[in-house]
Design a protein around this ligand. Sequence first.
Ligand code: DAH
Length: 360
Amino acid sequence: MSDLAQLETELLGEITQAANEEALEALRVKALGKKGSISGLLATLGSLAPEERKSFGASINAVKDRVTEALTARRVTLKDAALDARLAAERADVTLPIRESGLEAGRIHPISQVMDELTAIFADLGFAVAEGPDVESDDYNFTRLNFPVGHPAREMHDTFFFSPDQKGDRKLLRTHTSPVQVRTMLTQKPPIRVICPGRTYRCDSDQTHTPMFHQVEGLVIDRHANLGQLKWVLEEFCKAFFEVPHVKMRFRPSFFPFTEPSMEVDIQCSRKGGEIRFGEGEDWLEILGCGMVHPNVLRNCGLDPDAVQGYAWGMGIDRIAMLKYGMPDLRPFFEADIRWLKHYGFRPLDLPSLAAGLSV
Ligand code: DAH
């Protein structure tokens, strides 16, 4: 066998044996690279006699072509094998359940959703949101709201008190959102129109009471704020919140130290089949307390009762959330049970707005 034929046999043999693409590339360089064996033979042609050069050159080129072809064919085979191996290794089980993205799986707590709904409704009526701390002074929670020291109404609130500090001041966990009224009047000039949603605390616990719960307070201070406006605002709120076209409301005289006159408000409902529906029926359900801000409260907060007057209301958020979304028990609100939250929670991007419909 000539040297050339032997070289070809060797190269073709090695090419068929090449285990992967890197090995194949090394073989290509070894044969056809600048310093490769075939390139080396081509370089010797110059030293041959013209006749010999012609026939030997043709033979080398034929070998070069066959080697190139073999390289290409082997490359295709190796690529296919590599793809097959990858497909076998990366097999996907299409019957496995899809894992939801965080945005799909997460849920907004009904309380947060209802607070967003309240904010959307009252923002549309021109109200801003005001906030205050959960740990309050006795002064803001009671005294300035016209609860005289030793007045029995203080006892009715089942207050959580902290131990007195060195000066003898006793902080407490606010028992209602009304101290945010005080803070707002002390820092803002009338006209004032705010709602104050937030956490409140009382030492009480059963099926419909939890030691921590939520309220929303409303406060309007203006020269001519009056009961007619209060009634209209509350009616508009109830229609928008419960998403009904009409709602009957009943204002009953009541007592709160910080309002005069004071009222409790019931809303019309039906209770057929154990289900509460608003905007129909002959039953009544109490939903909030309200009244005209007591002149003493205005004075205690630096306002002149002869120049301005105001109306206010306070409402339990947990209760109206239970009523709207048919949740029978209050306690799971605070149990952080993921199954409950999955059932009653809201999708993160379902932001309530009046334009888009509150709860759809
Ligand atoms: N703070 C009262 C409570 O917790 C609720 C309330 C009643 C607030 C009448 C008001 C109001 O602003 O005017 O029971």
